[in-house]
Design a protein around this ligand. Structure first.
Ligand code: TPP
Ligand code: MG
Length: 586
């Protein structure tokens, strides 16, 4: 650094010292000082310019999810920072370490209705666990250290805002307060690895050893614990149910895997959770309580990093605190191999039937094409280390059920926030982090439209992401909710159709269209083989409902109510459901 170092220079240098090499963001006059620091360090700190700050926050969250490292996003004062919020909440809700950096107006005009005078540090008070305004050159390094340590330790969002003029202030020792000793703060993150006390492990093991119908429910906290999960499942004769954020914990065709839980899960998983007498919840905060065993029915051991999460959704007899991998390793030697495998075998049998049903649905040849046909065919073509992202909507169901995890594949979507629009920016984060790996997102036409400009980001950086858009010209999930949960005909959910393949070509990406099921495999194959970014527009039947694995009587009644109230697509829907042979619905 030949010229005197600015606050922005110190910020950038400290980020580099922390190992940050990528920042997702969008420029603005409130962060020009920071941009100069980035411009002069492009060899060490990559700036990825997205088209909407929300995408920057999503990309940082996706980057954190797929790499396990800190994700960083940057936005200007006022509107830029405001645009980050949804993506930051996504990171907070799914426990991802993300640092947001924003600008503020001139330090001596804050609070005077000046241009872009939005106190982002006040606005971010709920989303950010660490949230500070940098006051000068001697303040920046220690604030960066605290922000990063907070994000990594608590697996959450931190936020630093720096007034526009302060970004360019240079350091002079006499501006430093006497209390603030230079170089006092450190850039080391020492991650905690607690192992529960032997007596508590023993209580957990006793409970599992006594159980005759043991089920494991594993979530994102087990993503680094495949071997450990499988070893315990084997010993306890336990089928493994995966919360969706934990989809990659074990491969879907592993004999212990019985699919996902919740509305978009599988019938065998739902049955096993209702029938079990012993439940091991490992690294999951899966939200929907109706899918857990009825309180009091199953003795429960819960493993979580955070003691506050024990007993969150289901009462637990024993709570084991720590990283799932470490805890499962410590627990394993205390588990007596279960001789009676009948509960597991029953679940395996019904899983085989479920897989057959999925095949039947995924290979249907009717027109309009069923959405499952797209994900069924995509699944067959994915690499064994593909990174797949999805969005909220019916697409989450099609992805959850048909995209099977194999080997080193990774999968995510917006779990707890369940926002739309995250799929494509997650893929940007993944493709930037892992050049050479296959990166795919399966998104809805509603969700994709929200951040459609990001197709241009793929082209700008030649990120070979494949965007599979399930085009049903409707906000499908809400259409079905209006009918099956409320008993009302659909309203306000139809979408003006967009030519997504044409749009992709306008941006400089490849555009493909599939309308006929018989073309699905060949078009997807061609798209995946395309060396650059590509959009595959799959035109599907808007009347294919994402039915739960086991449909409840109440849902069936509500459905019937919606039809009786004059749902305009009722005959097409009835036909679809009849074809799916879920007769109890009508
Ligand atoms: C930002 C945001 N707005 C609204 C919702 C409510 N919502 C959940 S799913 C959904 C429909 C998604 O439609 P689309 O992307 O077309 O997927 P589809 O359900 O048709 O497969 C909506 C509106 C949401 N989750 N997030
Ligand atoms: Mg749609």
């Amino acid at each position: 650094m030949s010229k005197a170092a600015t606050v922005a220079d110190h910020l950038a240098e400290r980020l580099i010292e922390w190992g940050v090499d990528t920042i997702f963001g969008f420029p603005g006059d409130g962060i020009n000082g920071i941009f100069e620091a980035l411009r002069t360090r492009q060899d060490k700190l990559r700036f990825i310019q997205v088209r909407h700050e929300e995408a920057a926050a999503f990309a940082a969250c996706g980057y954190a999810k797929y790499t396990g490292r800190l994700g960083v996003c940057l936005a200007t004062s006022g509107p830029g920072g405001i645009h980050l919020l949804n993506g930051l909440y996504d990171a907070k809700c799914d426990g991802q370490p993300v640092l947001a950096i924003t600008g503020h107006t001139f330090h001596d005009l804050i609070g005077t209705h000046y241009q872009q005078d939005v106190d982002l540090d006040k606005l971010f008070i709920d989303v950010a666990a660490y949230n500070q305004r940098v006051m000068g050159p001697a303040h920046v390094v220690n604030v960066v250290d605290e922000a990063i340590k907070t994000s990594l330790t608590r697996r959450t969002v931190s936020h630093i805002t720096i007034p526009k003029d302060i970004q360019e202030w240079t350091k002079s020792e006499d501006e430093r307060s006497s209390a603030n000793i230079a170089n006092h703060s450190g850039d080391l993150f020492a991650s905690p690895h607690p192992v529960p006390a032997e007596s508590i492990l023993r209580r957990a093991a006793d409970l599992i050893n006594k159980g005759s119908k043991v089920v494991m429910l594993v979530g994102r906290g087990c993503l680094n614990a495949r071997e450990e999960v499988l070893a315990l499942a084997e010993a306890a004769g336990a089928p493994v149910v995966k919360a969706l954020l934990g989809k990659a914990v074990i491969p879907d065709r592993n004999p212990y895997a019985i699919g996902g839980t919740g509305l978009l899960g599988t019938a065998p998983a739902q049955d096993a959770l209702q029938e079990c007498d012993t439940l091991i919840i490992a690294g999951s905060g899966f939200p929907y309580m109706e899918f857990y065993p009825k309180p009091g029915k199953a003795k429960t051991v819960q493993i979580d990093l955070d003691p506050a999460r024990i007993g969150l959704r289901h009462p637990a007899e024993v709570g084991l605190i720590g990283d799932c991998r470490t805890v499962l390793r410590a627990l394993q030697p205390l588990i007596e191999p279960k001789k009676d495998r009948s509960f597991l075998e029953k679940a395996q049998k019904s899983m085989a039937a479920w897989n057959e049903l999925m095949e039947k649905r995924g290979t249907r040849s009717d027109m309009p094409m069923k959405p499952q046909v797209v994900t069924w065919n995509l699944n067959k073509l994915l690499d064994s280390d593909a990174i797949v992202s999805s969005d909220s909507g019916t697409i989450a169901t099609w992805s959850a059920r048909y995209i099977e995890m194999r080997d080193r594949m990774q999968f995510s979507l917006s779990g707890s926030l369940a926002t739309m629009g995250n799929g494509l920016p997650y893929s940007i984060g993944a493709a930037v982090a892992y050049p050479g790996r296959q990166v795919v997102c399966v998104v809805g036409d509603g969700g994709l439209t929200m951040l459609l400009g990001e197709i241009a980001t793929l082209v700008k950086y030649n990120l070979p992401v494949k965007v599979i858009v399930i085009k049903n010209n409707v906000l499908g999930e809400i259409k079905w909710e209006q009918m099956a949960q409320e008993g009302n005909p659909q309203f306000g959910v139809e979408l003006q159709p967009i030519d997504f393949a044409g749009y992709a070509r306008c941006c400089g990406a490849a555009g493909f269209t599939i309308e006929n099921p018989k073309d699905a495999e060949s078009v997807l194959r061609a798209a995946l083989a395309h060396p650059g970014p590509a959009v595959v527009e799959a035109v599907v039947d808007p009347n294919e409902p994402p039915l739960p694995g086991n449909i409840s009587g109440e849902q069936a009644l509500k459905f019937a109510e919606a039809m009786a109230k004059g749902e305009k697509d009722r005959w097409k829907i009835i036909k679809t459901i009849l074809e799916d042979k879920i007769r109890e619905v009508i």
